[in-house]
Design a binder for this molecule. Structure first.
Ligand code: HEM
Length: 259
């Protein structure tokens, strides 16, 4: 079936394209017990990444429309999904290193490292990218997609536009932003202040849960491959340990010291 079904003529499998979905797991090492697990876990990640991007784009649009209350529910959903993504690492941790080595070699140079959607989430949130120490091999189409995303405004820029639209920021530069954010933490009785206060907390949730994912993913990698290099060509766990301090919204962490 190539065409999506028309409304009123659909059933569960045709609406959700289940037949196509279940054809997408192609093992490179037939007979390796855990390769199906490995493929499904990565595919599920990519589906959730797609939804996270949709929610972050929605939040950014609400902020450019000066409606922080509209951004908050979208961010809350993105964070709820991200919590699942941390939890989901446990499913992969049921795989033993020996079982991984039954199918690992033919995968190289494929690695989650090349996930375009993960880098898009980073770009949309705070403009981060790969840490030095590994070369990202990408197709031209993927590079074009990432280039387009990197040219878009970030969530943080949208946040500043919304603060300014509500007259809640005076002056320019990090000091002015820090003062404005601190003021909203100290006093948020008015509905619009309360919405911004909640917005900052949801953004911090997003930042924190991604940082927790980085840490747990690094431990999982250590458990599976020890000190071996990654399939993506980096040092492996040594590379991942250098990504742990990445934060999307450093000012929201900094403001804590002023309260
Ligand atoms: C057995 C399971 C896994 C192992 C051993 C593993 C290992 C690694 C290693 C060593 C790297 C560093 C780059 C490289 O040289 O490859 C990496 C990067 C990465 N992996 Fe995994 N990984 C696993 C599963 C996953 C899963 C399920 C995802 C979900 C999509 C994922 C997403 C990523 C991402 C996004 C990066 C880039 C991180 C950054 O540069 O900040 N990995 N992984």
């Amino acid at each position: 079936m190539n065409e999506p079904p028309v409304g009123g003529e659909t059933d569960y499998s045709s609406y959700l394209r289940i037949d196509r979905l279940l054809e997408l797991q192609n093992e490179l090492s037939p007979g390796a017990e855990d390769e199906l697990l490995f493929i499904i876990v990565h595919q599920v990640y990519e589906l959730w990444f797609k939804l996270i991007l949709h929610e972050l784009e929605g939040a950014r649009a609400a902020l450019f429309a000066a409606k922080p209350w509209g951004a908050n529910r979208r961010l809350a959903r993105a964070v709820a999904v991200e919590e699942l993504l941390v939890e989901q690492l446990k499913v992969l941790e049921t795989m033993s290193p020996e079982s991984f080595y039954e199918f690992r070699d033919p995968l190289a140079p494929a690695s989650g490292f090349q996930s375009v959607q993960f880098r898009e989430i980073e770009a949309l949130s705070g403009g981060l990218g790969a840490s030095p120490g590994a070369v990202e091999r990408r197709s031209e189409a993927d590079r074009a997609r990432l280039g387009a995303r990197a040219a878009e405004p970030t969530l943080w820029q949208a946040c500043l536009a919304a603060l300014s639209a509500h007259g809640l920021i005076e002056g320019e530069g990090d000091e002015a932003v820090l003062r404005a954010v601190a003021a909203l933490y100290e006093s948020h009785e008015e509905p619009v202040q309360a919405s911004f206060h909640e917005l900052f907390e949801r953004l911090l949730d997003h930042d924190e849960v991604v940082a927790r994912w980085r840490y747990h993913h690094m431990l999982m990698a250590a458990r599976e491959i020890g000190r071996r290099p990654g399939t993506g060509g980096s040092l492996g766990v040594g590379y991942l340990s250098r990504t742990l301090d990445k934060r999307f919204f450093p000012l929201l962490w900094e403001v804590r010291s002023l309260l």
